[in-house]
Design a protein around this ligand. Structure first.
Ligand SMILES: *Cc1c(COP(=O)(O)O)cnc(C)c1O
Length: 532
């Protein structure tokens, strides 16, 4: 399998090159040169596989044997998912009234209690694997990676846990000092591995991002220290996420069969979305042949995706919020985005439909790439792009969408927790609640599409991670978790890993003032004192 850029300029990349580079040199994102075929008997041959076995089968389709031999791939997968707290890795559970056919795919059993672990545990191991091999094969210099990233708090810990203790990798994760929640700060800074460097930067998240961008924009620095990114556009992350779509499909089939029920022809997936990485993996699963009736893109008030799938126009919001940016702060902060960094990959597939029929192979890829480039240039200069009516109709056969307010997010958490029968009670995190509410909306809007079709809602975070919103939803005062409402006790849902987290030893460098020069000097000094 080879990879090419969504912008047409770059082709013939190996999996290794696509993953190690992250972003294509022409500014586009890497996508596979074709959609591979599943084995003819996949619906039976894969039906009873464990999550790890299924991962190996799917990864094998996208990574040539010559790049990672199967025994190595198996070892990488085993290592990546042994950090999960449940052997199932991604269990599927029923939600609410069985006649609703709602299911929850729990993706939060990894080390940081959020779905990004599924991909980042794998990515960290893949980075380490390729670097070690390069060092074995070429001893003329030391092959290493300096990962530099910025976080507003939610995603930094998943990156840190993916990279901790990895050989030949040093990671510098910037967060705005005093502007991340105490739990988030503790999750990041209590990781004491010597290769992890938390930098608390005086400034805002935007300042942190601008600094990272400036460092990557400095070619000498970038090259000398082999800067690498771990953001959501890395192809390996999308690939890793396709596995749980297949796994949950089989898991649902097993559970329905055990109840003597008919297996569904197709299923719906509802995905709380921000950067469009999670749901894009579902799109690849569908292209591979998984019988997906619809992918429901659920957004919060930061609704650029909702507006696109409704109107065909992808338009940056220009409403200025209190903090001076156009991002709205919501109860589902991991989805608070202005633009969706993975959306360009979908655009490439839409552009393909604009290329004259009969054009084939590389030429087709190039022409689609030219269209995407034109769209992205337009978006860059005007903050908007639009696809035509035919493309919108085609995309709506696959995707549906709903945008969910903060008020509806909280009422949904409340509704599923305080149920009629206690055994059906389920505690949703705010991101997952956005998804569940979106599933309700689309079902009401188009019953003919959704009635009697199982709807698997992806649960992207553990509720304890967002205790403030959850407490508010359940009318429980913060820090007095069991006083008012007898039936809710936060301690019961609090994972042992969170207990005493705030008291654990920490390692973090305060950078004042938060300037590019200061950060750069800190990185150089820190790397100088490690034996790279
Ligand atoms: C990152 C994240 C999302 C959004 O996923 P995208 O791939 O960016 O669409 C949703 N929920 C949680 C908890 C997340 O961390």
């Amino acid at each position: 399998m080879q990879y090419h850029s969504t912008r047409g300029g770059v082709t013939g990349y190996s999996f290794e090159a696509a993953v190690m580079e992250g972003l294509a040199p022409d500014g586009g994102l890497f996508i596979p040169s074709h959609i591979p075929s599943l084995p003819a008997d996949w619906t039976t041959a894969w039906a009873e596989l464990t999550f790890q076995e299924l991962a190996v089968q799917i990864f094998r389709l996208f990574i040539d044997e010559a790049e990672i031999p199967t025994p190595d791939l198996e070892a990488l997968v085993r290592k990546s998912y042994e950090t999960f707290r449940t052997p199932e890795v991604a269990p599927v559970r029923p939600l609410g009234d069985p006649c609703q056919q709602r299911w929850i795919l729990e993706l939060f059993h990894g080390p940081t209690f959020a779905f990004k672990d599924v991909a980042l545990q794998f990515l960290g191991n893949v980075f380490e694997y390729f670097l070690e091999r390069r060092n074995q094969q070429d001893t003329s210099r030391r092959h290493f990676l300096t990962v530099v990233g910025a976080t507003s708090g939610d995603t930094g810990s998943a990156a840190i846990y993916g990279l901790r203790n990895k050989k030949n990798i040093q990671a510098f994760i910037l967060h705005p000092q005093g502007r991340v929640s105490p739990i988030q700060e503790a999750q990041m800074t209590t990781v004491l591995d010597p290769n992890i460097h938390n930098l608390a930067v005086q400034g805002t998240f935007d300042d942190c991002q601008a600094i990272v961008k400036a460092l990557f924009g400095n070619p000498t620095f970038r090259k000398r220290y082999h800067l690498g990114a771990i953001n959501s556009i890395n192809w390996a992350r999308i690939l890793a996420q396709t596995v749980y779509y297949f796994y949950s499909y089989f898991s649902l089939r097993r559970q329905l069969r055990a109840q003597g029920q008919i297996l569904p022809d197709s299923v719906v997936y509802t995905v709380p979305s921000g950067n469009f990485g999670d749901v894009l993996a579902g799109y690849y699963a569908r292209q591979l042949g998984l019988p997906v009736r619809r992918l429901v893109v659920a957004t919060n008030a930061n609704d650029i995706l909702y507006r696109f799938f409704t109107t065909g126009r992808y338009e940056k919001s220009t409403v200025v919020e209190a903090d001076g940016t156009s991002v709205k702060a919501t109860y589902s902060p991991a989805m608070d985005i202005l633009i969706s960094s993975n959306f360009e990959r979908l655009l490439w597939y839409l552009a393909q439909d604009h290329v004259a029929t009969g054009t084939s192979g590389t030429e087709r890829a190039n022409q689609a790439g030219q269209i995407v480039k034109k769209w992205m240039d337009e978006f860059q200069s005007t903050g908007r792009l639009a696809v035509n009516e035919a493309a919108l109709q085609a995309v709506r056969e696959i995707f549906d969408t709903a945008a969910v307010s903060d008020a509806d997010t909280l009422s949904t958490i409340n509704q599923y927790y305080y149920t009629q029968s206690a055994d059906k009670s389920y505690l949703l995190d705010p991101h997952t609640a956005v998804g569940v509410k979106a599933a309700d909306r689309v079902t009401q809007r188009s019953p003919q599409t959704y009635a009697n079709v199982p709807n698997i809602c992806l649960s992207t975070a553990h509720p304890a991670k967002f205790s403030e919103a959850v407490s508010k939803a359940l009318h429980v005062p913060q820090n007095e978790t069991n006083s008012q409402v007898a039936s809710f006790d936060f301690d019961q849902v609090l994972p042992p890993e969170f207990v005493n987290l705030l008291e654990k030893p920490r390692r973090c460098l305060n950078i004042q003032p938060g300037t590019v020069e200061n950060i750069q000097a800190t990185i150089v000094k820190t790397l100088g004192s490690t034996n790279l």
